[in-house]
Design a protein around this ligand. Structure first.
Ligand SMILES: [Zn+2]
Length: 315
């Protein structure tokens, strides 16, 4: 079974359980509704490449296993999920060291660090750490207000200082496999991190490269302009496997697919803005246009949010 199919079946099962439409379920990673998907599944690790496995959940958690160290990417929402991620990593581990890194500071990616063993080595880009210190608790409170389950999962969350920070990139030698953690600039947040795993030719891409997901620009720490530039730079890299955080794993073509969608959307929004169209007019026009052009993208109804963001970004 392909990852995408397996992912869709999981999402479909949750949607049925939660009484949601599949469309709503496909975007649940972005607008969590307090349904059972908040808990990471146990004993359900999917093998992606020689050294990379993934827990498909909210969000997808990548686990990179070397002879002397294991790296976990993202924590899950709150310490109970963090403990699940850490346990799954320990089952796969062959070496004594455990590293943890986060693709960005949002709670389902970073607020589970308390569930990891105390000797875990936490690694993060400086830009992301600054952002977490400024807005991390604000997002924890915002998520907590969304549902009683979220509140319960996030109760008592505190962020500890990282053990290692880096500016542009750092390479961790895990023993027989390396993980290059790198920061390319503002995208979904200011501090988005990506992780390249060699010799696996696997990219763990966070929110920066997704599988058919309209850009999620939650606040002014996100930048569509810079995100398109990041995707443009990523086009010169090549990968066999890409593991996004809120959509199904895929192959290297996800970068080009994202670049096409993002750059065309950005260009059209700016054209309509220059023509003096209102935000609402532009949103309606582009919703129709992109539904015709990208019919298999499941969350095109998020396009009006992108229009709003780009209008503000270029005000
Ligand atoms: Zn996020």
């Amino acid at each position: 079974m392909t990852y995408r199919l397996r992912y869709r079946i999981r999402v479909l099962a949750f949607a049925l359980a939660a009484g949601l439409s599949t469309d709503a379920a496909m975007v649940m990673g972005r607008t969590p509704q307090g349904v059972p998907t908040l808990m990471l599944p146990e004993n359900q690790v999917t093998h992606v490449s020689d050294h990379v496995s993934v827990i498909l959940g909210f969000p997808n958690i990548a686990i990179v296993v070397g002879d002397r160290a294991t790296l976990v990417v993202d924590t899950g929402l709150g310490p109970r999920n963090g403990a699940i991620a850490a346990r799954e990593a320990q089952k796969l581990s062959r070496g004594p060291l455990l590293y943890l890194t986060t693709t960005h500071y949002h709670p389902e990616h970073a607020a589970g660090e308390g569930g990891f063993p105390p000797n875990t080595l936490l690694v993060r880009p400086i830009e992301q750490q600054k952002e977490l210190e400024l807005r991390g608790m604000q997002f924890v409170e915002m998520f907590s207000s969304r549902s009683p389950q979220m509140k319960e999962l996030l109760v008592g969350v505190k962020f500890r200082p990282p053990d290692i920070t880096f500016d542009r990139e750092i390479t961790l030698d895990l023993g027989g496999v390396t993980a290059r953690l790198f920061w390319m600039g503002q995208s979904h947040t200011k501090g988005d991190e990506l992780i390249g795993v060699e010799p696996d030719s696997t990219l763990v891409s966070g929110d920066v490269v997704q599988n058919k997901m309209v850009p999620n620009l939650p606040d002014d720490n996100a930048s569509m302009k810079s995100w398109v530039e990041v995707l443009s730079k990523l086009q010169s890299t090549s990968w066999q496997h890409i593991v996004p955080d809120h959509s199904a794993p895929g192959d290297g073509s996800l970068i080009e697919q994202n670049y096409q969608f993002f750059s065309q959307l950005q260009t059209r929004i700016l054209e309509l803005k220059r023509q003096g169209k209102s935000e609402e007019e532009a949103a309606q026009t582009l919703l129709a246009e992109f539904k015709a052009k990208f019919p298999d993208w499941p969350n095109l109804n998020a396009i009006p949010n992108v229009v709003k963001h780009v209008y503000n970004e270029n005000a």
